[in-house]
Structure formats: C-alpha cells, structure tokens
Design a protein around this ligand. Sequence first.
Ligand code: PLP
Length: 354
Amino acid sequence: MTRAETRRAPQDFERVLSSMCTDPHPAAREAAERFLATNPGDPETYPTVADLEREAVAMLGDVVALDDPHGYVAAGGTEANLQAVRAARNLADGDVNVVAPESAHFSFQKAADVLDVELRLAPTDDDHRADIDAVVDLADDDTAVVVGVAGTTEYGRVDPIPALADVAADVGARLHVDAAWGGFFLPFTDHDWSFSDAPVDTMTIDPHKVGQAPVPAGGFLARDPETLDALAIATPYLESDTQPTLGGTRSGGGVAGAHAVLSELWPGGYREQYERSQANADYLAAELSARGYDVVDPELPLVAADLPDDEFHALRDEGWRISRTASDALRVVCMPHVTREMLDAFLVDVDAVA
Ligand code: PLP
C-alpha cells in the first residue's frame, strides 16, 4: 500500500449494513486522538486517563442502572465475556461449566477454550431466544455461570433474563448478561429487568458498538468488587499493586473516546439514536416483508430475512457489506451510520437483483 493510500479515509460506511461497529462520534474521535499515547494499564504513570476510565465506568453504570459499578474499559466484548467466565471460574471450586444459549457470541467458545471450562450450549426457542427448559436441563451444581444475551449477534433478540436469573440462583451459579451490542438500546425499550433488580453479577456493554466510541472500547461491569478481586493479578514492576484486566498496556484512546461520547450522548443522544435505528429497522422489515421475503420481527434494530443465495451474492457484488446468520438469513444491523436513504438505496438494489 502506498503512503497516499494509507492516508485515505480508511472506512466509508455508506454501504456497511453488517457491522456492529460504527462511525465514531466526532467528540470521541477527537478525545481518542488526544489520549493515543496514554496507557490506562499503568494508572500511576497516566493518572488522567485512569480518572477518565473511572468516570466512564460510572457512566456505563448509569446506562445499565447499576449504582456503584465495578469494571473497566476492555478491548471489546470478547475480552469482557472472557473475564466474566474467568471471574466465575475463579470464584468457584473444582471443574466448572458455563451454560449459555446457542445464540451466544462465539467469544464464549474462545473463553471456554482459553480457560479450560466446559461450555454447554442450550438450544434457542422458535423466536431465537434462550429456551429456559433447555437451560434448566444443562445447568447443575458445577455450573459457575449462566449466560443470557441482551441483543444477540444474529437476530438482535433479548433472552428472558429474569428466568435465567432464577435458573442461576437454583444451581448457585452467577449470571452474566452479554449486552455488548444491545446495551445502549436497552434503557429505551420496555424490557422487564435491570442490573439493579435482577441478580445480574456481570455484564458486557461495549462503547465501541452502539455507544459510538472508537475501537477499542469494550465494557466489563460487575456488581461487586469481589469480581474484580477474583481477576486481580499482582503487578510488581508498576506503582499500582494489582491489575484485573486481561490486557496489560491498553489504549488510552479507547478509554478517552468512550468517556467523551458517553458524556456527550447519555441519555438524550442515545435515546434519539435508538428511536432512529429502531424506526429504520421496522421500515426495512416492513419493506422486505411487502416484497415477499420472510422477515424476523426486529425486537432491537437488527433485521434478519430469508434471501436467496444468488440475490445475497449479487448484493455483495453491488458493494453492500451484508452478512448472514448460521442458518443463512440475511442480517442488516441498523447502526447509527445506517440512514433511511441508505436503506432506500439498498432496497432499489434488492429489487434490481430479485
Ligand atoms: N457479544 C456480542 C453480543 C456481540 O455481538 C459481539 C460482537 O459482535 C461480541 C460479544 C464480541 O465483541 P468484540 O468483537 O468487540 O470482541
């Protein structure tokens, strides 16, 4: 790649319909650039970014309605999910297992592999949510953590979190909610649980997805300080005593970007974004349905629809960045950069390739 090419805008979002990341908010870009050379992994040397991280975690606590949250800005949802499993394993005795719906993100497979725990995947129901009876069948006294997903990667579904909390309580397991993608939409929906009233132990909520922060900015939150204690490793050569994070040196840009955009958008800006994105998803679902495609009703702003193979590939050839679920349904993620005009242009091409 030539130097001129590397100076080009690296990403144009005009035809990106599959990504769970988005064009970062201008305030977040600016803050990320200013803090690029800082390392929140070394808080005594870089105290300003360490303060920003504490404030970012407090704001993430506001988003999920958790008073006094404990956590940090992770590299992404994968790290946050792995840390949730790691904390649960470290707090349990002996060989443990993790029970998750099969809709859980593949990061749980990485976590199980790295941490050497058994991952038990429960089938989902006809509406792509965790099947509670199947979760009950798989959970036992060795279950360290039950996982629920609030905004699944493929269908944008929210699992029945209170029922999963009951299953976890019955077997003495912890409850982790993966809201990596859905977390910034949930406060504006009428879901029937929150961190405060359901016994959720840990949660993933990523600023670098719907939060509109630059990558890397994942969010790992815990209700109790004991969770971070269970992750802490002594750091002899640093001035701080221990580190709960998986990464050592981390991006100050990610932390500062998350802090800036949360300060800017929570709550009003995120509410407006949710309303726009959900309206776009409802619109696309209705338009595809009217054209005879089988569409999964979008609970959150993600539309899944059956699209013949040749049409899918023809749309990709037109430059549309679209992807498919494991069962080959088209998925369109209505992220903040996805506008009604983009969807209209997409529909023109859908008609052309039909
Ligand atoms: N959890 C969910 C629900 C996701 O959708 C994703 C990614 O899309 C992840 C976790 C992993 O996040 P990351 O790619 O930031 O590691």
